[in-house]
Design a binder for this molecule. Structure first.
Ligand SMILES: *[C@@H]1O[C@H](CO)[C@@H](O)[C@H](O)[C@H]1NC(C)=O
Ligand SMILES: *[C@@H]1O[C@H](CO)[C@@H](O)[C@H](O)[C@H]1NC(C)=O
Ligand SMILES: *[C@@H]1O[C@H](CO)[C@@H](O)[C@H](O)[C@H]1NC(C)=O
Ligand SMILES: *[C@@H]1O[C@H](CO)[C@@H](O)[C@H](O)[C@H]1NC(C)=O
Length: 323
């Protein structure tokens, strides 16, 4: 009995100590935050962050998003997404390939805008460029856009921001592209064509946010040629008086290089780990200790903490990189 009482006291004290230790370790580990600034440039120069005429974010009441797993909330018809919450052991928060809200949801929240999400996990720009791959029932980006044009949920076009974040899947599959990786520039032209199509009857879209992160911290001649082609064609469109549109170009390379390639390194962002919290997207059984300070959720796909600073970065580009 006596021994029992003692052990309860000791246990209570230990509990108290460990609670304090947890509190103080949370205080010393700062939350994840941006440790890089936008790389603002000029449309006539090499690819860089640009705001070519987009209004302040709060002026948009609707955000229409096209993209891949980074931007997909698992429903791809513009309807409201499921809540971004985990229900273990399922590692996909409401069908997202991450553990919380997506970057574009954070952006919509910052704008106080309604999100209409058409992005699809596993999407590439144009299936026709991959004769040897069967993509099953995953629509490509061009189909996302056609589906949107077909339904075209009502919104005032001046108050709508169109988000396009593609390229990572195409870069990953570049060796499967008809005629090889140099044909990535054809895909850049497809993407520009879709912007001009959205800008035309019947949608008349005016405001575009084009996002790139093709190599996720790696780069190559073929990948850079894709990005340069995209950027140079945006410059040409901006000089063509036939088209009335505003756009921003955001290159997440600055974040990915900053975290993964040593300058300033992942610790400066408040991460404790530059890797992934889960080794795959099958289950949460081997979840890491510190998911709130880990760069990726599964390999190659950002954690919710990273999605949060991605939205911050976009806001900094819009505010700082005007021309
Ligand atoms: C943004 O919205 C505010 C408030 O509605 C308005 O006064 C302002 O003119 C708008 N700015 C632009 C650039 O359209
Ligand atoms: C959108 O897709 C979801 C899931 O497939 C479905 O439940 C919903 O009815 C669809 N909404 C529209 C407007 O088609
Ligand atoms: C956000 O929008 C809603 C309705 O569209 C409005 O009631 C609310 O005041 C807005 N909040 C902010 C912070 O602008
Ligand atoms: C996302 O796509 C990948 C590869 O295409 C697939 O393995 C995975 O199961 C998909 N996840 C969800 C939640 O759809």
């Amino acid at each position: 009995m006596f021994v029992f009482a003692i052990s309860i006291i000791v246990f209570a004290q230990l509990g108290c100590i460990s609670a304090k230790a947890i509190t103080s370790s949370r205080q010393v580990t700062s939350d994840v935050h941006l440790a890089v600034s936008p790389n603002c440039g000029s449309l006539s120069g090499p690819p860089a962050d640009i705001n070519n005429g987009l209004k302040p974010l709060s002026n948009y009441s609707t955000i229409v998003a096209f993209g891949d797993s980074y931007t997909s909330g698992s429903i791809f018809n513009g309807s409201a997404l499921p809540p971004p919450v985990l229900s273990p052991p399922n590692p996909n928060a409401g069908g997202r390939i991450t553990n919380g809200p997506l970057w574009v949801e954070n952006l919509a929240a910052a704008a106080n805008a309604t999100l209409q999400d058409w992005a699809v996990n596993g999407s590439v720009i144009d299936h026709n460029m991959y004769p040897s791959i069967n993509f099953g029932d995953i629509p490509d980006y061009l189909t996302q856009v056609q589906n949107y044009i077909g339904v075209r949920p009502s919104s005032v076009v001046d108050d709508t921001l169109y988000v396009i974040f593609m390229g990572m899947g195409d870069y990953e599959l570049r060796n499967e592209i008809y005629q090889g990786p140099q044909s990535l520039t054809t895909l850049a032209s497809d993407l520009i064509y879709s912007i001009l199509e959205l800008n035309s009857n019947p949608v008349f879209a005016k405001n575009f946010l084009i996002v790139d992160n093709y190599g996720r911290g790696t780069e190559s001649t073929a990948g850079d040629a894709y990005k340069e082609s995209l950027f140079n064609q945006l410059y040409e469109v901006s000089n063509n008086l036939d088209y009335d549109l505003s756009f921003a170009f955001v290159d997440f390379k600055t974040i990915w290089d900053g975290v993964l390639n040593g300058s300033p390194g992942y610790e400066a962002f408040g991460y404790t780990d530059a890797g992934a919290c889960l080794s795959n997207d099958n289950s949460m059984n081997a979840e890491c200790d510190d998911p709130d300070h880990t760069f990726y959720w599964i390999p190659g796909n950002p954690s919710a903490a990273t999605h949060s600073i991605m939205a911050d970065y976009v806001q900094e580009v819009l505010a700082q990189c005007g021309s």
